[in-house]
Design a protein around this ligand. Structure first.
Ligand SMILES: NC(=O)c1ccc[n+]([C@@H]2O[C@H](COP(=O)([O-])OP(=O)(O)OC[C@H]3O[C@@H](n4cnc5c(N)ncnc54)[C@H](OP(=O)(O)O)[C@@H]3O)[C@@H](O)[C@H]2O)c1
Length: 264
């Protein structure tokens, strides 16, 4: 077995992963084997750097890792032709939402599996990825592939994948919804709509840029909100009697429930 890594599926997430690997050098393009039914710009970029696209299936025997980047409804069918050619020691890396480790392992004749839930920010090397595996070697393989392109969190149990998805996978939409509400509140206070939206969007970008290192969230808040000041007055209303905490907890709970239902 060599250092070869197979990526099966170059859709929205597969493209982002590939972009991130090329950007950071996490995987040497010469070690990349890409399986894709249709031509994809990022796969062609990888090919120009030495990656192999849809090579003869016997080549897959070299792979130390096989990354499943197809839809959950497609993986069983997509594995059929591959399976006879994969090394017994190849680690199966699944980024599929909701398909349990045991199910994937059974589908790949008992091979070790690591489950990873990344965000598409991996394309810029700034993703978030939660990892789960019951096997230490598979987990290490997943970390080697995703640590260079994402902030990683190793989960203590597979069940926590639902909560991790609800926080980091759904979270961006919640921040955007808050940003929209902030813009609407600005309009209510007299700002023209285009100005309010531009200010709110830029504030989201600017706030994110300020989240560096491991400064606590309370310290980040204190940096903006001085005691007795304007921001503090707003914050006191924002979470009066848990006014903010309650809907956020409700939203995360609803997402966990939906994720659990879809994987059942
Ligand atoms: N999108 C996200 O933000 C996100 C986040 C976390 C997890 N995920 C997971 O990532 C997986 C992919 O999601 P996606 O949003 O990237 O879906 P997508 O854009 O539909 O991509 C799926 C890709 O799979 C390819 N494909 C289908 N059959 C194949 C086969 N036999 N061999 C090789 N490739 C094949 C398709 O190729 P063609 O384009 O040629 O049809 C398509 O590009 C899903 O399991 C999803 O749960 C996605």
């Amino acid at each position: 077995m060599s250092n070869a890594v197979v990526l099966q599926g170059v859709g929205r997430l597969g493209s982002a992963i590939l972009e991130g690997w090329l950007l950071t050098g996490a995987v040497d393009p010469k070690d990349l084997i890409i399986l894709t039914p249709s031509e994809k710009p990022v796969a062609e970029k990888a090919r120009a750097l030495g990656a192999r696209i849809n090579p003869p299936l016997e080549t897959l025997a070299e792979a130390k890792a096989f990354v499943i980047g197809v839809k959950p409804a497609k993986w069983v069918e997509a594995a059929q032709d591959i399976l006879p050619h994969l090394s017994k020691d190849a680690v199966i890396v699944s980024v599929m939402a909701g398909v349990p480790e045991a199910t994937i392992s059974a589908g790949f004749d008992g091979r070790k599996v690591v489950r990873i839930m990344p965000t598409t920010g991996v394309a810029q090397g700034k993703g978030v990825a939660s990892l789960w595996s019951s096997d230490a070697h598979a987990l290490a393989q997943g970390m080697a592939l995703f640590e260079p392109i994402a902030e990683t969190a190793v989960l203590d149990s597979e069940d926590l994948m639902h909560a991790a998805t609800a926080v980091s996978g759904c979270g961006p939409a919640y921040f955007f919804a808050f940003t929209r509400a902030l813009a609407e509140a600005g309009v209510a206070e007299g700002l023209p709509e285009d100005v309010a939206v531009r200010l709110a969007r830029a504030t989201l970008r600017s706030a994110a840029a300020g989240v560096v290192g491991d400064e606590s969230l309370d310290a980040l808040i204190d940096r903006v909100a001085s005691p007795g000041g304007v921001t503090r007055a707003g914050l006191e209303v924002l979470n009066e009697n848990g006014a903010l905490d309650r809907p956020v907890q409700g939203a995360v709970k609803a997402a966990v429930d939906k994720s659990t239902e879809l994987s059942g």
